[in-house]
Design a protein around this ligand. Structure first.
Ligand SMILES: NC(=O)c1ccc[n+]([C@@H]2O[C@H](COP(=O)([O-])OP(=O)(O)OC[C@H]3O[C@@H](n4cnc5c(N)ncnc54)[C@H](O)[C@@H]3O)[C@@H](O)[C@H]2O)c1
Length: 259
């Protein structure tokens, strides 16, 4: 018998960062579970690859090329997505983000501003518009944000990135208390090291070193794949997590970040 709590047939989802890695895998899995998925990203080519992938698998997907750090662009795209579904939005997965690494003593204002604009403000704008849309249509929706294992530990160069992910956690917990009375749930996923373009852009030796460290530190003896995190997103987005809100789910293979 199918487990119906994970069935998203008839639901509308909006996924940011959908052109790559965790966002792409999440968009594909939400579509596989039956949702109509609106995919947003600034990488237009990657975005179309994702929507093609979903359509080829028999799902429904719409591309929204945009920059999440631009409030007007994200607000308009969510409004467009909701219009195609009679004004409602059931799921927001705010996944888009960037990595930045610089020692504290070398961190410039513009570094911090850039990472905050995408990793925090971009998530804030998406959450605000999603929650407003859900409240207006009386939808008991689910909002999922993307934090990181960096929330649990410091590490060389991690200041800007870690600050933005800690801010995402605060947003998640605060918003959960404010929109809970409307039946809207808000949760975060804080992945460990996942093999995506974000983590594999480094040179081969550095990547091999980090991967082997992660494998040794995980009781499961492997690194994470985007699909591991997509399943966490699906769980929190679905009715299976109907009594879960304001929580941080840590799919990290059993380890904290290896700093
Ligand atoms: N990969 C990991 O190990 C890991 C671990 C913890 C958390 N995360 C988080 O997961 C999320 C996804 O990361 P990933 O590993 O899939 O990386 P990725 O680089 O593969 O994907 C990130 C996506 O976000 C998009 N994006 C970046 N800035 C944008 C902007 N201003 N507007 C619109 N789109 C933008 C990129 O174009 C890209 O498609 C990020 O928030 C990241 O911080 C990743």
């Amino acid at each position: 018998m199918p487990v119906t709590a994970y069935d998203l047939t008839g639901r509308t989802a909006f996924v940011t960062g959908a052109a790559s890695g965790i966002g792409r895998a999440s968009a594909a899995l939400l579509a596989q579970a039956g949702a109509t998925v609106h995919c947003a990203d600034r990488d237009e080519q990657g975005l179309h690859e994702t929507t093609d992938l979903i359509k080829q698998a028999g799902g429904t997907a719409h591309p929204h090329p945009l920059d999440v750090s631009d409030r007007t662009q994200i607000t308009e795209a969510i409004a467009t997505a909701a219009r195609t579904s009679g004004g409602s939005l059931d799921i927001m997965a705010a996944i888009a983000g960037i990595m930045h690494s610089s020692p504290v003593l070398e961190t410039r204002d513009e570094d911090l501003d850039r990472v905050l604009a995408i990793n925090f403000k971009g998530v804030l704008y998406a959450c605000q518009e999603a929650a407003r849309t859900m409240i207006a249509s009386g939808t008991r929706g689910s909002i999922v944000t993307m934090a990181s294992g960096a929330i649990d530990t410091g590490g060389p160069g991690l200041l800007c990135y870690g600050v933005t992910k800690a801010a995402v956690v605060q947003l998640t917990k605060t918003l959960a208390t404010e929109v809970g009375p409307h039946g809207i749930r808000v949760n975060a996923v804080a992945p460990g090291w996942i093999r995506t373009p974000m983590t594999t852009r480094h040179d081969d030796r550095a990547q091999a070193h980090t991967e082997s460290l992660m494998v040794r530190m995980s009781p499961l003896g492997r690194v994470g794949e985007p699909e591991d995190i997509a399943h966490a997103v699906l769980h929190l987005a679905s009715d299976a997590a109907a009594f879960t809100t304001g929580q941080i789910l840590r799919p990290n293979g059993g380890v904290a970040m290896p700093w």
